[in-house]
Design a protein around this ligand. Structure first.
Ligand SMILES: Nc1ncnc2c1ncn2[C@@H]1O[C@H](COP(=O)(O)OP(=O)(O)OP(=O)(O)O)[C@@H](O)[C@H]1O
Ligand SMILES: [Mg+2]
Length: 282
């Protein structure tokens, strides 16, 4: 049995001009403890895949099975780090993380919850800002709090949507290394969306490259066989690392501004003939 089974997931969004097929039969089996990156051009449907796995979107076709159980709604077994670092603005940094701890760590007493909250803030080097509120901190710092909140839940599956996108290069490298350490310790299964090819190769066991939308699907999957723990400096001169990197870049380059014509035709064919009339009537 697969640990996480994304099976033939199709997603059509209703739009004023008729249904828009964002995803077409996305099929991906993920093992426990595997680190998978999703990469692809902007708008191809990466966040949509993540939202379906998170249980925030209901796929219009196919579905997701986690540990033998169908995903129908969000749950504490799947923590999400959102693309737009969604913190509660009325809660301090500490309370944003503490809320996640209180809602998932039922086996810990008050003191242990306090310590666990501080521990996770410390992991992302945020202890000093624990009393600040989201509108008092920068985008990159908010993102770090979002990561601390997700890690504090010790989820089976960590879903990360461009988690390091807003960080400066040094902090980003530090966070990537911490994530590798944490994942090695906890053996979480991770799906991470990234636009950064080096990040994808450094962190992943597999890189899933998505075709351009509409009706996006999985284009290619690259298995990254590099020993762990991985050291970014040593890998810079590793011919295998550079070969993986080149092959992801090639995939992205070939698809740059080149929509998948076959998929557009398919989508047009599926669009109801009276779509325009319907929108006018609405
Ligand atoms: N709620 C929605 N209603 C209608 N269309 C949507 C909705 N959500 C996403 N889409 C469309 O589905 C497609 C995929 O969107 P998605 O956000 O998953 O892309 P993405 O790969 O995450 O892009 P980015 O890299 O820019 O974050 C886009 O064309 C988007 O406009
Ligand atoms: Mg996105």
């Amino acid at each position: 049995m697969n640990y996480l089974d994304i099976s033939q997931v199709t997603m059509e969004f209703p739009t004023p001009t008729g249904p828009f097929k964002a995803l077409d039969k996305v099929d991906l089996k993920i093992a426990k403890g595997e680190f998978v990156s999703l990469i692809g051009h902007s708008g191809c449907g990466k966040s949509t895949v993540l939202n379906v796995v998170a249980g925030l979107y209901e796929a219009t076709g196919g579905g997701v099975i986690l540990k033998g159980k169908e995903v129908t709604k969000p749950g504490p077994d799947r923590a999400v780090v959102f693309q737009n670092h969604s913190l509660f603005p009325w809660l301090s940094v500490y309370d944003n993380v503490r809320l996640a701890v209180d809602s998932t760590c039922h086996d810990k007493n008050t003191q242990q919850r306090h310590e666990w909250t501080l521990h996770n803030l410390d992991l992302v080097h945020m202890s000093h800002a624990q009393h600040k509120y989201p509108d008092e901190i920068s985008g990159g710092i908010k993102q770090r709090v979002g990561i601390a909140r997700a890690l504090a839940m010790e989820p089976d599956v960590l879903l990360m949507d461009e988690p390091f996108g807003a960080l400066d290069a040094l902090t980003r490298a530090h966070m990537q290394d911490s994530l590798m350490d944490i994942q090695a310790k906890l053996n979480n299964t991770v799906i991470m969306i990234t636009h950064d090819v080096d990040e994808a190769v450094l962190l992943s066991d597999r890189i899933v490259m998505m075709s351009n939308g509409p009706a996006a699907t999985i284009g290619e999957i690259l298995q990254v066989d590099l020993d762990r723990p991985r050291d970014r400096l040593a890998l810079a001169d590793d011919p295998n690392y550079n070969r993986y990197r080149a092959s992801v870049l090639k995939f992205l380059h070939e698809r740059h501004t080149k929509p998948d014509i076959a998929n557009i035709k398919k989508t047009e064919k599926n669009r109801p003939k009276n779509a325009e009339t319907t929108s006018e009537a609405a």
